[in-house]
Ligand binder design. Sequence first.
Ligand SMILES: Nc1ncnc2c1ncn2[C@@H]1O[C@H](COP(=O)(O)OP(=O)(O)OP(=O)(O)O)[C@@H](O)[C@H]1O
Ligand SMILES: [Mg+2]
Length: 376
Amino acid sequence: MRNPFQYGGVVSGESFCNRTKEAQDLRRSVENAEKLFVYSERRLGKTSLIRKVLAELPEEQYLTIYIDLWPTDGETSFVLACAKAFSEAMNSSVDKLLHTAKTFFSRLVPAVTTNDEGRPVVTFGFDQKRPDVPLLEEVLAMPAKVGQKEGKRVVVVFDEFQQILEYESDVVERLLRSSIQHQTDVAYIFCGSRKHLIRKMFMDSQRPMYRSGAHYPLGLIDESHWQKFIAEKFVITGKRISTETISSLCALTEGHPFYTQHLCHPLWELCEEGEEVSSEMISQATKLLLDRESYAFMNLWDSLSRNSRRLLKGVAAEGSGVRVFSSEFLRKYRLGSSSNAQRAVELLLKKDIIDKEESGIVIPDRFFRLWINSKQ
Ligand SMILES: Nc1ncnc2c1ncn2[C@@H]1O[C@H](COP(=O)(O)OP(=O)(O)OP(=O)(O)O)[C@@H](O)[C@H]1O
Ligand SMILES: [Mg+2]
């Protein structure tokens, strides 16, 4: 029997838990052709949620364009990634693909090949003979043009948007801003996982994208939704799990989707058909996962300063709501002064080992948190 818990890639259908309200919110934003920044910790389910929202839009009314910026490193690869995504979103036949590419991009030379599933895919190169044509503007103007041509609403998603902060210049950011402002009928979703970077992009008045859209922080999935989701998966595979056990499992992962599915995976394997999950099985599954990571965690731990470790120990033990600058915390975890704590926080933020949430400081890697706690 196949393990019903999936972790890693994009999840959909039966493997997708709740997010009803979030899906509605995003759908409304798309219908209103808004510009929206969606951000969260890593692996919280942004891509899965956005993919679901796009898939549920009526095809005859909407053209959806999804661009993953992860592999891009500058203006050139940005332009090529956009051109490819726009062309593929519009057409399925080879002739049409070539035609679209030629109509819309004067300086790009398209070539069509087929992928593993036999679907045509288009790749682009540059026409070196015409270096004077402003490529970036041309590509950025495309969504609105396509919408008019096809008589459809257009939604553009830029996933891993924080990647553009890595580009050498901010020309993409600047032109993107002016371009989206004029595209009042096109919905844009900018999605990213390094929260402090995404926040910086739209909250820092020095940055080109400052206040160019609304923002939507994606949160954890509440235990009540996991209760139903997890229990059902066990029941349909002939196993059982109690409400209390699911509760303690969610307390370990704090309801983080990736870590919750990841922990459920070995737990399901440990439980025989016809049996019920015991609390020992939870400990066993957790140990199994932490053992696998322990080498990496140990190296990471060894690379940290003494104060950083003390701060981490405190946050891991007390949970994310804890006030790390309070005199009680400083005393209990032997941090000395609040400036020591401040320095540790800055260091750990920079290394992405902690993150700042509305609730306080969190350790995004829930297994690292458990590992730290297991060491005390
Ligand atoms: N709604 C959901 N229901 C159940 N599991 C989910 C859900 N959303 C995410 N997950 C779990 O989290 C994992 C990561 O999801 P996804 O790739 O969508 O997150 P992400 O935020 O886009 O990640 P990244 O920060 O790496 O881009 C999935 O493989 C799955 O295990
Ligand atoms: Mg993603």
